[in-house]
Design a protein around this ligand. Structure first.
Ligand code: SAM
Length: 296
């Protein structure tokens, strides 16, 4: 990308650049023009699984030397790649899917590159995290991405308890064989909050399951399949079952004016947050409105 073709006496010893290239999370069309150009132009592509990345490269007619870079060889591979970058080669790091480093290998390499003053350039694109939070319909002004929950129940519950008071939407990656247990633990430790399970995004069977944590626990089977992101609404009073401050009608009005829901949608949310039947929430709302009118 540089240096080549320069007369020898003008050659400046330059370090290469480390590009962090985001690749599709399912749909192969989800790759940027810049990502394709960089993959075509770099000297070397470091990837989690060379067979997996080869399929992507072949799809786009790109042929490039590849080297594996995964959690089991990061310790040796990172300094080797730094040496190559130092010698002037440009290297692209890609994950199997999505953005490198986001619950994927690369942190060690980026730290060493930063330490050495090597230019690190992100080539932004797909990430399951951002795809899920953007489409979930849960608060987005603040969210906590907590990666994968621990596999063991005790540790998982402890982690959930640590996150319980965050006033932000919680986002987790989860494996299909653990999702039912994770939902049940979340419901018990966080309260029965609103949640969304974003499954197989950008793929043929993409779906967003919405409901309270206990509803989702009931919907998901032990043999759930596919890739999934779990999103749980913030630790606000209204997301918990049990006595909730404020009237039903005020909360319905707030959801209508602030979130733009219609009355039916707002009532559904409020009923769910308070573990009421929708008919019961409706009755309360009507009663509250008429007694307010009488007071005025
Ligand atoms: N670095 C990737 C990214 O930026 O999204 C994430 C890698 S992490 C090892 C893989 C996890 O991401 C999966 O277990 C799943 O939780 C989530 N994931 C990846 N692709 C997905 C998709 N198409 N739909 C839903 N979740 C997905």
């Amino acid at each position: 990308m540089h240096r080549r073709g320069q007369p020898a006496h003008l050659t400046v010893i330059m370090q290469g650049t480390l590009y962090l290239v985001a690749t599709p999370i399912g749909n192969l069309e989800d790759i940027t023009l810049r990502a394709l150009r960089v993959l075509r132009e770099v000297d070397l592509i470091a990837c989690e699984d060379t067979r997996h990345t080869r399929k992507l490269l072949t799809h786009y007619g790109i042929s490039k030397p590849m080297v594996s870079y995964h959690e089991h060889n990061e310790g040796d591979r990172a300094p080797e790649l730094i040496t190559k970058l130092d010698s002037g080669l440009n290297v692209a790091l890609v994950a199997d899917a999505g953005t490198p480093l986001i619950s994927d290998p690369g942190y060690r390499l980026v730290c060493q590159a930063v330490e050495k003053g090597i230019t690190v350039t992100p080539i932004p694109g797909p990430s399951a995290l951002l795809a899920a939070i953007s489409a979930a319909g849960l608060p987005v002004s603040s969210f906590t991405f907590a990666g994968f929950l621990p596999a063991k129940r005790g540790a998982r519950r402890a982690r959930l308890r640590e996150l319980a008071d965050r006033d932000s939407t919680l986002v987790f990656y989860e494996a299909p064989h653990r999702i039912k247990a994770a939902l049940a633990d979340a419901s018990e430790t966080l309260g029965n909050r609103e949640a969304v399970l974003a499954r197989e995004m950008t793929k043929l069977h993409e779906e967003f399951l919405r409901g309270s944590l206990s509803e989702l626990t009931g919907k998901v089977t032990e043999t759930a399949r596919g890739e999934m992101v779990l999103l749980i609404s913030p630790a606000l009073e209204d997301n918990r079952i049990g006595p909730v401050k404020g009237s039903v009608s005020e909360e319905v009005d707030r959801l209508m004016s602030e979130v733009g829901l219609d009355q039916k949608g707002a009532l559904k949310r409020v009923a769910r947050a308070r573990a009421l039947k929708r008919s019961e929430a409706y009755r309360l709302m009507v009663e509250e409105r008429s007694s307010k009118k009488n007071r005025e």
